[in-house]
Structures are given as structure tokens and as C-alpha cells.
Design a binder for this molecule. Structure first.
Ligand SMILES: *Cc1c(COP(=O)(O)O)cnc(C)c1O
Ligand code: SF4
Length: 351
């Protein structure tokens, strides 16, 4: 097999650290304490992602190394977005009129400690052969579904031969206009994006991929190559970043990340307020933090670098985009607005 071919990512994945005891000695943690955490919420750090850690408590470390607060802190909810409540069949959420979220994989290349599906990622019961079949038949029977968003877990942790028939079946439904894949592998295991995979995905256009980078240290020659392979296959790439305390909750880090994403041909799509998931409260940021960061991006750097800042409503109301307050006051004729630099302008309503 060629270097970088299909065997390389499987070999990396098979060498993942899945217990605190197996962490390398330089990661100085109480292994006993963290074992209880990893028994509750699975741990997996593949050697590529582990190698991005530069020092204890850095932004990569915090995303992947378990923390005792995951089991001691009781704030939050198991399923804050009520995904189970809007699931007509297991593993499929139909919340918006024209699109569905369809889970087709239970596993990920790295289990993010802040994951909003922490309650079920890594469990084999999350996605089964029968849940995938039921999901596909639900979509086939609902002609209003024109956009299918594949998620998990990570859809690209499926083998090519398991992913291909799912894509083919979706493609055979005339009402499904576009397919989207939400995947973190371009960031957490870029070796998964083999030339064969990129070529196969390229046959399913219009296919969009939204990946998930949270910190500039995740942008490496390997992740740049993975994104280039996808982009060269004609697949538009977006990024859904989560705002995380101690990882990226400052304007300098987010601005650098958004700019660097454009250099690897990834267009920022969403910046999410972290969801109030149980076991993740040490990552939460106040709402105003996200708005401050948005104000520091808009106008200060290319509009292409500016994602939508969104909050996913507690209880399952869906995503709400939020903007910093540009409108200061208005009457029937004029709106007083603030520009990016904070200067006030009167602008006619032109009604
Ligand atoms: C986020 C999400 C979508 C997709 O939303 P877009 O704003 O179209 O990207 C679809 N369904 C569910 C349940 C979601 O959470
Ligand atoms: S890759 Fe996505 S689904 Fe998997 S653990 Fe991370 S946030 Fe959760």
C-alpha cells in the first residue's frame, strides 16, 4: 500500500490512546482519577492528534485529555438540544422544514471532551445497521427533505465501502438535492482523506463538507493536504468552530484561526456558543464573549473570514444567529448605526 494510502489512517487509529494509563509520561495527570472519567465518557486520542500537544493544558490538550470535572460537575443536560425528542426514527433528527440530521457513525478519530453528543458518541448502540436503514427509508418517504446532513460520530470513520452505499442510496432519491457531511477528520485524523476517498466523494456532487477546527495549532501541513484533496475533488469546505473557554475564547485566536482556514480553502460557516451539555461546563463561555469576538472580526478582516455566530436553543428550538448590536436607534425615516470602528452614522430608511 502506498504511504498515505488506505492502511495509514487505520494504523494510526489502531494506535490511539484509549485509557489514561496509556498516556505518554510527559502528560502528568492523576491516571487513577481519570480512569473513572474515561469509563463514563470514552477516550480516544490518535497519535497524530496527540502529537499536536505542545504542553500541559494547551488548547489541544484541553480538547482531548479527560478532566475530572466531566464527572464531578453536575451542571447542564444530557441532551440539551432535545435531539431525541425530534427524532422520528432513531438517529435521525428532523427539526427544520427541508433538511434532516442523519447519524451514520458512532465513532470519531478523537473524542472531544466538549462534544454535544457526549451522551452517546463511542457507544455501539448510537448507530446500528437497522437505524441507518430506517433513516434512509424515512428520507425516501419524505419528499420535502432536500438536504441531508450526515453526522455522528464521524461519518468519515466509516470505511469507504460502508459509506459509499449510503451516499449512493441518497443520490438515488430525486428529492435529495444536496448531501452534506459533518466531519472532524480533516482536523483530527487528516490521513483519513486519502486520494481514493476524495475521488469517491467527488462523484457525489453537489456534496458539501463541514469540518471542525477550533484552534490555529490544528492547521498543519497534513490538515492542509487533506483539505486540498477535498477541494480539488470539487467539494466546498466549511468550518463549524465551537467557542471553548481556555481553548479559543479570545479574539486574537479566533481571528487567526479564521484567516488560516481560508488559506487551506475552508470557509468559516458557524461559530457556536458551546451547548450546556452535562460534563462540559468547564468549557462554557458567556454569550457576550461570542458577540465581542464577532464585533472584532466583522469589518476588521475579510468578510470571508466571518462565520455566523449561532446559539442552539436549549430544548430544541434550533439555531439562532446573533449579531453584535449595530443598530443604535431608529425612527420612521432614519436608522442610527455603528460601523465596525464604532463610529455612528445616520442612514435613511428609504421606504
Ligand atoms: C444544525 C442542524 C441542521 C443544519 O442546520 P443549517 O443551519 O442548515 O446548517 C439540521 N438539523 C439539525 C437538527 C441541526 O442541529
Ligand atoms: S468529532 Fe464531533 S461528534 Fe466526535 S467527539 Fe468530536 S465533537 Fe463529538
Amino acid at each position: 500500500m502506498e504511504p498515505g494510502g488506505d492502511s495509514r489512517w487505520k494504523e494510526l487509529l489502531s494506535r490511539s490512546v484509549t485509557t489514561p494509563e496509556a498516556l505518554p509520561p510527559f502528560i502528568d495527570v492523576d491516571r487513577e482519577l481519570l480512569r473513572a472519567v474515561s469509563e463514563h465518557y470514552p477516550m480516544r486520542i490518535n497519535p497524530y492528534y496527540l502529537g499536536l500537544i505542545k504542553e500541559r493544558d494547551d488548547p489541544i490538550y484541553k480538547q482531548c485529555i479527560p478532566d475530572s470535572r466531566e464527572i464531578t460537575d453536575n451542571a447542564g443536560f444530557h441532551d440539551p438540544l432535545n435531539e431525541e425528542g425530534s427524532s422520528p426514527v432513531p438517529g435521525l433528527t428532523h427539526r427544520y422544514p427541508d433538511r434532516v440530521l442523519f447519524l451514520i457513525s458512532s465513532s470519531c478519530a478523537m473524542y472531544c471532551r466538549f462534544c454535544n453528543r457526549k451522551r452517546k458518541v463511542g457507544l455501539s448502540s448510537m448507530v446500528t445497521g437497522s437505524s441507518v436503514r430506517e433513516g434512509l427509508s424515512y428520507i425516501r418517504g419524505h419528499r420535502e427533505v432536500r438536504d441531508v446532513l450526515l453526522s455522528g460520530g464521524d461519518p468519515l470513520l466509516l470505511e469507504d465501502r460502508d459509506l459509499f452505499p449510503i451516499l449512493q442510496e441518497l443520490k438515488s432519491m430525486s428529492h435529495v438535492e444536496i448531501i452534506r457531511i459533518g466531519t472532524r477528520v480533516p482536523c483530527t485524523l487528516p490521513q483519513r482523506i486519502t486520494p481514493q476517498l476524495a475521488k469517491m466523494l467527488g462523484t457525489f456532487q453537489p456534496l458539501y463538507i463541514n469540518t471542525h477546527f477550533n484552534h490555529p495549532h490544528e492547521i498543519t501541513p497534513e490538515s492542509a493536504l487533506a483539505c486540498a484533496r477535498l477541494a480539488d475533488a470539487g467539494i466546498p469546505l466549511g468550518c463549524q468552530t465551537v467557542l471553548l473557554k481556555g481553548v479559543n475564547d479570545n479574539m486574537g485566536t479566533i481571528k487567526t484561526l479564521m484567516r488560516k482556514l481560508l488559506t487551506i480553502r475552508v470557509r468559516p460557516y458557524y461559530l457556536f456558543q458551546a451547548d450546556p451539555v452535562k460534563g462540559t461546563s468547564h468549557f462554557w463561555t458567556p454569550l457576550h464573549k461570542g458577540l465581542e469576538i464577532m464585533a472584532a472580526l466583522q469589518g476588521h478582516t475579510s468578510g470571508l473570514c466571518v462565520p455566523h455566530f449561532a446559539v442552539d436553543l436549549l430544548g430544541g428550538g434550533g439555531k439562532v444567529p446573533l449579531l453584535p448590536g449595530y443598530v443604535i436607534e431608529q425612527d420612521d425615516h432614519c436608522v442610527v448605526m455603528k460601523n465596525y470602528a464604532g463610529e455612528r452614522y445616520r442612514h435613511p430608511v428609504l421606504d
